[in-house]
Design a protein around this ligand. Structure first.
Ligand code: SAM
Length: 268
């Protein structure tokens, strides 16, 4: 596993508790919107990839009911612990820790992943692998950030870390694989190239008000928490103040959290 990937996964381990608190504002509405699109039916078998604390896995399990099955897979053990607590009593939901790009089972009626595929070290190959877990004709729904979503939080956080540590602000990561596909037309074409037929892309608009608590949760409850890795408690406190002040000064009263939900059927 490449080092930067390990760091990103560790970030989710570190963020697990605040991840759950942020879920109400961010992960849960996006998970619910994903399931509205994939629309699992009673008795169906679903693979929920990169399940986190179950934002899409739990509503999918409710839809398939006791005769169905949801395999929910995440590489982070703390996330699986959160999901096991949340899913207590939902017998059709099986939470499993592992790298979903090497998940052995297949033939699912629905394969879905909310905000997961861009973490794969090879996004194209990993997504093809996921699509291959669906039965021929099965539905595959994959949710990604729309271009520009969440950027304001990252930009103001990087500026705040630079101010507190007396360093140059880090640039926004260049040439992320997601940047070539994060608009509706490019996403539709890319999913078709990966082996999906009849692809549609739904935009799910979401704006998160930047009250101090929620704006800081966006950092501590997501992969952004990695930016605080090497800082002591006083520095983290100072970054929090600088970040909130920077958002306020620029008049950022909401963070764009809009997603693209791609849906298609496995063509072959
Ligand atoms: C942004 S979170 C989204 C979680 C969840 N789908 C939700 O919407 O709440 C991304 C998740 O992907 C997981 N992840 C990243 N790469 C993975 C992989 N190769 N296999 C399984 N899980 C992975 C992380 O551990 C993290 O929990």
């Amino acid at each position: 596993m490449p080092e930067d990937r390990e760091a990103r996964i560790r970030a989710f381990d570190a963020a697990a508790t605040d991840f759950e608190r942020l879920g109400h504002h961010l992960w849960d509405p996006i998970g619910a919107a994903t399931v509205d699109v994939t629309s699992p039916r009673a008795g169906e078998r679903v693979l929920d990839a990169c399940c986190g604390h179950g934002a899409s896995a739990v509503p999918a399990a409710r839809r398939v009911g006791a005769d169905g099955l949801v395999d929910a897979v995440d590489v982070s053990a703390p996330m699986i612990d959160l999901l096991n607590r949340r899913a207590d009593g939902i017998s059709q939901l099986r939470a499993r820790q592992g790298d979903v790009t090497s998940w052995p089972r297949g033939d699912y009626d629905v394969v879905q992943s909310a905000l997961g595929i861009f973490f794969f070290p090879d996004m194209d190959a990993g997504t093809e692998q996921l699509i291959g877990r669906a039965r021929p004709g099965g539905r595959v729904g994959l949710t990604i950030w729309r271009r520009g979503a969440m950027d304001a939080a990252g930009d103001h956080l990087r500026a705040a870390v630079a101010r507190v540590t007396g360093t140059e602000p880090a640039d926004r990561p260049a040439r992320r694989p997601i940047d070539r596909i994060n608009q509706p037309d490019t996403y539709e074409a890319w999913l078709t190239e990966r082996g999906l037929a009849d692809v549609t892309v739904t935009e799910h608009d979401l704006r998160i008000p930047t009250t101090p608590d929620v704006a800081w949760l966006i950092v501590t409850g997501s992969g952004y928490v990695a930016a605080l890795d090497d800082l002591g408690p006083d520095q983290v406190e100072a970054v929090r103040d600088a970040y909130l002040e920077s958002l306020r000064r620029d008049g950022v009263d909401e963070i764009d959290a809009t997603t693209l939900i791609g849906l298609g059927t496995r063509a072959h």
